[in-house]
Design a binder for this molecule. Structure first.
Ligand code: PLP
Length: 360
C-alpha cells in the first residue's frame, strides 16, 4: 500500500510517473533496453534530454537568453559554484540569511570573496523572512543571494528583492515549479530536483547567458558553468536516469494544466492545512503568517511528548515523514506538487481526530 509521504525531500513523486517509469523500466520504447543502460550520446537518449529541457523551458517560460543545465552535486554544490563563477567583479555579494540553507551558501561564498549579510532572522529561529531595505544593497556587488523557500522553517519570499542591475541568485530547491514565476527577474536559479522535479541526483541550473564565462581559469573545469553550457550538460556522463524521470514529471505537470494549474492546486492544499491550524486549539503553525510557504508547513502542539505521539500515530495511519526538522522540532508537512489533495485532507482529518482525543 502506498502511504501519504510528507517528506521534505527526497519527496513524493506522482503515482502516474512512477507507473510509467515502471512500464518502461526494462525496455524503453523500441530501444530494447532500459534508459539506465543507454549511452548518453545515443540518439534515443539525446531525444530524452532534449525533450526534458524543452518541456522545462516551456513550463517555466524560460527565455532563450537563459541557459538550462542539468548538473550533479546537489544544490549544495551550487553554494560554491555560484561564487566561483560569479564573484569575479568586485568580489562582493549581498546575502539575505533566511535559514540553514542560506547560511551554508554564505559559508561557501566567504571562501571566494566578501560576503555582506544584509539581514538575518536567525535570532528568531528563522520563523520569518528577514526584513531589509532596498537601500541596503550594494550597487557594486556581483550578485544578491536568497533562498526563496525555506524548507526547514516553512517560510517563503513573497516578493523578490529589487536588486536593480545586480543579478539575483536564488535557491529554489523546495519551490521550483510550484508557482508561476518570472524567470527574467533572476540572474541564476538553481534547484536540487528531489522535491518538485524528480529523484535526487540531478540539479537544475537556469542561468542568464551573460553570467556564463566569467570564471577565472583556475576554476576546475567541472565547476565552470561555461563547460556545461558549451557541452549541453554532456561534458561528462550526466545523471541519465534522473533526467529521464524529470522529463516524465514535466509531462505530468503539462497534463495537470501546467504550472498555473499546479499553483492553484498548491494554494488549495496549503489553505486546507493553514485554515485548520489557524482555528485549532491544539496545533499551531510556527512560521510568520505573512511569510508562509505553500510547500512546507511546520507546526507544533507545544508539548514534545504529544508531538512524538502525534507523529507515531500518524505513521501508523499511513501519514509518514511528519517529524519536524531537529532545529524547529514538532511536525512538518511537506506538500510538494505531487502530494494529492486527498493526502492533505487525510492529514487534516487525522489532526482533527487527534485534537478531539487529546483535548483537556
Ligand atoms: N537548499 C534547500 C532550500 C534545501 O531544502 C536543500 C535540501 O533540502 C538544499 C539546498 C540542499 O540540497 P542538496 O541535498 O541537493 O544539496
Amino acid at each position: 500500500m502506498r502511504v501519504y509521504n510528507f517528506s521534505a525531500g527526497p519527496a513524493v513523486l506522482p503515482l502516474e510517473v512512477l507507473e510509467k517509469a515502471q512500464r518502461e523500466l526494462v525496455c524503453f520504447e523500441d530501444a530494447g533496453m532500459s534508459v539506465m543502460e543507454m549511452s548518453h550520446r545515443s540518439k534515443a537518449y539525446m531525444k530524452i534530454i532534449e525533450e526534458a529541457e524543452a518541456k522545462l523551458r516551456s513550463l517555466m517560460n524560460i527565455p532563450d537568453h537563459y541557459k538550462v543545465l542539468f548538473l550533479q552535486g546537489g544544490a549544495s554544490l551550487q553554494f560554491a559554484m555560484v561564487p566561483m563563477n560569479l564573484m569575479v567583479g568586485s568580489k562582493k555579494a549581498d546575502f539575505i540569511d533566511s535559514g540553514v540553507w542560506s547560511s551554508k551558501a554564505i559559508k561557501e561564498a566567504k571562501k571566494f570573496g566578501k560576503v555582506n549579510v544584509i539581514a538575518s532572522s536567525k535570532s528568531d529561529t528563522y520563523s520569518h523572512i528577514p526584513t531589509y531595505k532596498k537601500s541596503q544593497f550594494d550597487k557594486d556587488a556581483d550578485y544578491v543571494y536568497i533562498c526563496e523557500n525555506n524548507t526547514i522553517y516553512g517560510t517563503k519570499f513573497k516578493t523578490l528583492p529589487e536588486t536593480g542591475d545586480v543579478p539575483l541568485v536564488a535557491d529554489l530547491s523546495s519551490c521550483i515549479m510550484s508557482e508561476v514565476i518570472d524567470v527574467t527577474k533572476y540572474g541564476v536559479i538553481f534547484a536540487g530536483a528531489q522535491k518538485n522535479l524528480g529523484p535526487a541526483g540531478v540539479t537544475v541550473v537556469i542561468i542568464r547567458e551573460d553570467l556564463v564565462g566569467k570564471a577565472d581559469e583556475i576554476i576546475p573545469t567541472m565547476l565552470n558553468y561555461q563547460t556545461h553550457v558549451d557541452n549541453d550538460s554532456m561534458f561528462n556522463t550526466p545523471p541519465t536516469y534522473a533526467i529521464y524521470m524529470l522529463k516524465l514529471v514535466f509531462e505530468w505537470v503539462e497534463a495537470q494544466g501546467g504550472v498555473a494549474a499546479i499553483e492553484a492546486r498548491n494554494k488549495e492544499k496549503a489553505a486546507l492545512l493553514y485554515d485548520f491550524l489557524d482555528q485549532s486549539e491544539l496545533f499551531k503553525g510556527t512560521a510568520a503568517i505573512e511569510d508562509r510557504s505553500l510547500m512546507n508547513v511546520p507546526f507544533v502542539t507545544g508539548d514534545e511528548v504529544l508531538d512524538a505521539a502525534f507523529v507515531k500515530s500518524a505513521t501508523a495511519c499511513g501519514l509518514v515523514n511528519l517529524k519536524g526538522h531537529r532545529s524547529v522540532g514538532g511536525m512538518r508537512a511537506s506538500i510538494y506538487n505531487a502530494m494529492p489533495i486527498e493526502g492533505v485532507k487525510a492529514l487534516v482529518d487525522f489532526m482533527k481526530a487527534f485534537e478531539i482525543e487529546h483535548k483537556e
